[in-house]
Each structure stands twice: as C-alpha cells, then as structure tokens.
Design a protein around this ligand. Structure first.
Ligand code: UDP
Ligand code: MG
Length: 317
C-alpha cells in the first residue's frame, strides 16, 4: 500500500484557548510521521467551527493564511459535535485523503496514538477505533451515565465497545460507504461499528482538558444518547408491545378471578390503596411507553423533513 495522505478533523466549539496549541502539536506529530514515511507531506488538518461565538474562526483563518495545510469550514450556527464530525468527514472526502482521523480540539485524546492508527490502517483495516484506557478525567455523573448508555446499547443489540470515543481513523472506503447513508441523525459511533468494514481497536490515554470548559452539558449528552438509541434500535418498541400484552393478560386473569370469587363466594375485594397503587403503576408505565414511542416518532419526523444536516457558512481549502 502507498504512503497515505492523512486528514485530521477537529470539531471546535468556542475553543479559542486551545486551537493554536492543538494545531502546532498535531503538526509536530505530522512531521514525525512524515519523517518516518508513514504519511505524505500534503497531509492536512480540517477544523470545523461549530458556530462558535468567540474568536475561534478568526484563529482558524489566520492559521490557514499562514499554512495551507490548515483547512476548515464554519457552520452558520451551533449544530453539535456529531454534525461537526459528519461535516468534517464530508469535507475531507471532497478535498481528498486516503484516511482521516477525528480528534477533539482540547487534545484530550493522546495524539501519539495516531501513529498506531496509521499502522493498523496499513495492515488493511478500514476503521481503527480508539478505546479509552479509563475514564479518570470524567466526573462521576459522566462516568455513570456513559456506562449506563453503553450497557443499554449493548442490551439493545448495537454492540458499541465500551469506552469507545469519537477518536478514530476511517479509510476513504469507509467515507464512500458513509455517502450512501442519507439519514440525517447519523450516530457515528454506532454507524462505523455497524457497517461491517474491517475494524481494529487501539487503546489510548485520556488527558485532562487543555484549557477552557467542557462544551457538553446534561441536555446535549441526553440528546446524543437518545439519538444513539432511537436511530439504531427498535428493541424498545418491541419491549413496549410485549409489556403491554403481558399487562393486559394479567388484567384479564385478575378480572376473571374477581368474577369467579363474586359468583362462588359472593366476595368482592376492596381497598382504595390497592386501586391507587395499581392506577399509578399502570398509568405511569403507559406514559413512559408513550414517551418512548414519542422519541421514535420524533426521529421519523426529523428524518422525514429531510432538512440539511448543517449549513455551511464559509470553507477554507
Ligand atoms: N464540540 C462541538 N460542538 C459542540 C460541543 C462540542 O464541536 O456543540 C467539540 C468541542 O469543541 C471539542 C469536542 O467537541 O473539540 C469535544 O468536546 P469537549 O471536549 O467539550 O467534551 P468532553 O471532552 O468534555 O466530553
Ligand atoms: Mg474534551
């Protein structure tokens, strides 16, 4: 296989404090890899500004003016990290590259792992997924919700490896395949795991954030998780149907029993408390199930509208 042309995409949302250091650091990695003849000298960085309100885009433009290997695009508003990643993948697919690595702007993922990614790519893998060694840098809340999410996804049949992150290499072939998937709410971690291309895993260390604060909050993590589930599995809907059937069966049998007791022993059960508890349990279950169905209808609704995934403001290439 020829030496690959590498593209590295970096989603950036209000990352003015990190970008410069990150770009310089990645160019050091590039120099090292070029000297080892592992990537071509025209390898480049592609920064996606996800509608930042600080000077992120200005810094990207300056870097681009100084070095043409810094390329990028700017969204007209904030669309979230997944959309920024998708835009980056589509962008480098247009510009051309043999393989692409996505990494966070705060360089929390160990950039030295890129070399291992390339080695795996050269062995013939189309996808090389980074797996975190641990979650030490995450707070308790993020750690527990992440574990719960991966466990749930596993139960639902989407086998995403635990502690997988969006730090991964994908080949041009994987980008070609991605082009065939038109769904708007593409959940990349699930998608690349599911398409069936040859996949390798590489472990890497997570560092604390370089500067600034995490750009994810409770709502954005919930949205990511719900989208991951509803776009990848219909098991919850089946579960609801089975649950509903079992409940109805139980109700029917209990009803029969009451009628039987009334006829045979003229004895009817009473108790307000029981009634209230049952009402709450069944009412609550029904509302919960309706909520799950609602999530899916929402997903259908968003897909059916077929709005663009994101709108590009400016592109530097
Ligand atoms: N990010 C983004 N859009 C958003 C939120 C985050 O492009 O709406 C980017 C962010 O700039 C960073 C990456 O996604 O490059 C991961 O975000 P962050 O480091 O804040 O998340 P954490 O490491 O806390 O999970
Ligand atoms: Mg981070």
């Amino acid at each position: 296989m020829n030496t690959p042309k590498l593209a590295v995409i970096i989603p950036c949302f209000n990352e003015e404090l990190c970008i410069k250091t990150t770009v310089n650091r990645l160019f050091e990695v590039f120099d090292d890899l070029i000297s080892k003849n592992k990537i071509t000298p025209d390898s480049y960085l592609y920064l996606v500004d996800d509608g930042s309100s600080d000077s992120t885009w200005q810094i990207i433009s300056e870097l681009h003016a100084g070095d043409n290997r810094v390329k990028g695009m700017k969204f007209i508003r904030n669309y979230g990290n997944q959309k920024a990643l998708i835009a980056g993948l589509e962008g480098v697919h247009r510009l051309g590259c043999d393989c692409v690595v996505s990494i966070d702007a705060d360089l929390q993922q160990d950039e030295m792992a890129i070399e291992k990614f390339i080695d795996k790519y050269m062995e013939g893998y189309d996808i090389v997924a980074g797996i975190r060694n641990d979650r030490k840098t995450d707070n308790f809340f993020k750690r527990t919700t992440a574990v719960a999410f991966y466990k749930t996804m596993g139960l639902l049949g989407a086998n995403i490896p635990m502690n997988h992150s969006d730090y991964r290499l994908v080949s041009r072939r994987a980008l070609d395949v991605m082009d065939l998937y038109h769904e708007k709410a593409l959940f990349l971690r699930g998608f690349f795991n599911e398409v069936g291309l040859k996949t390798a895993y590489v472990k890497f260390d997570v560092k604390p954030r370089m500067a600034g604060e995490s750009k994810f909050n409770f709502m954005s993590l919930m949205t990511l998780a719900l989208n991951g589930i509803t776009s990848f599995s219909i098991v919850p809907l089946r579960f609801i149907a089975v649950l509903g059937f079992l409940m109805a069966l139980f109700g029917f049998c209990a009803g029969l029993e009451v009628v039987f007791e009334k006829l045979m022993y003229n004895d009817s059960p009473n108790g307000m408390a029981t009634t209230i508890i049952l009402l709450c349990v069944f009412g609550g279950t029904q509302l919960f199930c309706l909520g799950i169905i609602g999530e899916y209808i929402g997903q259908v609704y968003r897909e059916v509208k077929a709005r663009p995934r994101y709108i590009k403001d400016v592109e530097l290439d």
